[in-house]
Ligand binder design. Structure first.
Ligand code: ADP
Ligand code: MG
Length: 261
């Protein structure tokens, strides 16, 4: 077995030479990233550096012009044919995407569904679980995020922190191989940030594979296995938190950290 096959097999997420432009604006410029199973990767970088686009490429909400992403060894959205990449059917892409959790800055819960139905909707719709199975799992997951008693509430009746915890339970309901978080606490009042970070820390402790875009540096120092600093569509540096956060090698990283710390 070659080294390349080995590394592909052991990676939860592998981003290989990804380039993405919008019109003439190059937003991702040759991204290489490996996320190992059970690890937490925190992505930092200034606004506009391409962090959200990178997450969206990982679950193929955006299609890269060059390069590809593999999740658990399987290329997302494409199939390799020798040197060529062939686009998969929309149906296959949806099935692949359903195994990747995504938690958004603004929660994106279904406003007309109860908390319980928000969590059961996807596993029932995809046929992964029967309704009773999905409800049992949902009650379990709501307990895990501290919301067992809010199953019958509607999102508008919850605080932002509670809504984001429902969104995390909803992501977990698909039993994803990896969960992507795009600034999960940026829209929250400061006093609600801690309860959401506590739930994410709990997932990290349980060995869930997480990729998290956040500006919470203290959190990154505590839970990240690797910290990735992006600027202008490139990874400027990456490594363990003690290296990137405390001994950054690049001026741009130092400059960014001095502004957010
Ligand atoms: P970040 O999350 O780091 O703030 P983004 O990935 O959201 O950065 O955006 C990177 C750049 O790409 C920004 O300049 C943004 O305006 C641009 N961009 C993102 N999405 C689109 C889009 N769908 N169409 C055009 N430009 C976009
Ligand atoms: Mg963003």
């Amino acid at each position: 077995m070659t080294t390349e096959t080995l590394s592909t097999r052991s990676a939860a997420v592998e981003v290989h030479d990804v380039h993405k432009s919008f019109g003439t604006h190059r937003v991702l410029n040759g991204i290489e990233l490996t996320v190992r199973p059970g690890e937490v990767t925190v992505i930092l970088g200034p606004s506009g550096s391409g962090k959200s686009t990178l997450l969206r490429v990982i679950n193929h909400l955006e299609k890269p012009e060059r390069g590809y992403v593999s999740v658990n060894g399987e290329p997302i959205g494409v199939r390799r044919h020798g040197d060529h990449l062939k686009e998969l059917s929309e149906r296959t892409i949806l099935a692949q995407r359903s195994r990747i959790g995504f938690v958004f800055q603004n929660f994106n819960l279904f406003p007309h569904l109860t908390v319980l139905d928000n969590v059961t909707a996807a596993p029932v719709a995809t046929g992964a679980l029967s309704r009773p199975e999905a409800e049992e799992l949902a009650r379990d997951l709501l307990g895990r995020v501290g919301l067992a008693d809010r199953a019958r509430a509607y999102p508008r009746q919850l605080s932002g922190g509670q809504q984001q915890r429902v969104a995390i339970a909803r992501a977990l309901a698909l039993r994803p191989g990896v969960i992507l978080f795009d600034e999960p606490t940026s829209a929250l009042d400061p006093e609600l940030v801690g309860e959401v970070l506590a739930v994410i820390k709990d997932l990290a402790r349980d060995g869930t594979t997480l990729v998290i875009v956040t500006h919470e540096i203290g959190f990154a120092r505590e839970v990240a296995d690797q910290v990735v600093f992006m600027d202008a569509g490139r990874i400027v540096e990456q490594g363990p938190p003690a290296q990137v956060l405390d001994h950054p090698r690049h001026e741009r990283t130092r400059d960014f950290l001095s502004k957010v710390l």
